[in-house]
Design a protein around this ligand. Structure first.
Ligand code: GRF
Length: 191
């Protein structure tokens, strides 16, 4: 059985959807740990509620001793890392070791509205301000460059005249929850 580690820093609605998907379809793979840099992350609660192990590494561990994280992942037998609202830059040591085995989700149609500072509501505000007519989600591999890894999946939603960043965010999140677990399962199957 292939093993997944979810990395999340925030509320964790994607983490919750992923955990549920792999609990419902156990034959697809197993979420073995939820890793966070933030001990207040809501994502931790979702994992704990389902008896999934959690592990906190603070920012300085990621930055200064990434091998500590790597050792942990290897010890847990992790095959794939799924970033779900993980706010730290992924150290190159981890990217190298898990080459083509780290996936991320971004709430826009990359390469539009990606890069530094483009996270959370910043993305949706920028999309609305730019008077875009569509937005969407991008699921991609993680490489050394922010938001630039190989795209695995994109899907879009129209932007309505009365959309606000909040209403758009809500629609985008629903798309994320629907598609991300499935793309993770597909990727897991291919490695
Ligand atoms: C999502 O919008 C995702 O695209 C981005 O971070 C957000 C995480 O939301 N990478 P949640 O914590 O899963 O609710």
């Amino acid at each position: 059985m292939k093993k997944i580690a979810i990395f999340a820093s925030g509320g964790g609605s994607n983490a919750k959807a992923i955990i549920q998907h792999f609990l419902d379809k156990k034959e697809l793979g197993e979420v073995v740990v939820l890793v966070s840099n933030n001990s207040d992350a809501g994502a931790l609660v979702h994992a704990e509620n389902h008896g999934i192990k959690t592990k906190i590494f603070n920012k300085s561990v990621f930055k200064d001793s990434p091998t500590e994280v790597l050792d942990y992942l290897e010890n847990e037998g992790v095959d794939l890392i799924a970033l779900a609202g993980f706010m730290l830059f992924m150290p190159k040591e981890i990217v190298a070791k898990y080459s083509d085995r780290i996936v991320n989700i971004h709430p826009s149609l990359l390469p539009k509205f990606g890069g530094k500072g483009m996270y959370g509501m910043n993305v949706h505000r920028a999309v609305i301000e730019a008077r875009e007519t569509t937005s969407g989600i991008t699921i991609h591999m993680v490489n050394e460059e922010y938001d630039k890894g190989r795209v695995l999946f994109q899907t879009s939603t129209p932007i309505y005249i009365d959309d606000t960043p909040e209403t758009l965010a809500e629609r985008i999140l629903a798309l994320e929850h629907l598609h991300y677990p499935q793309i993770i399962a597909k990727t897991l199957n291919e490695i």
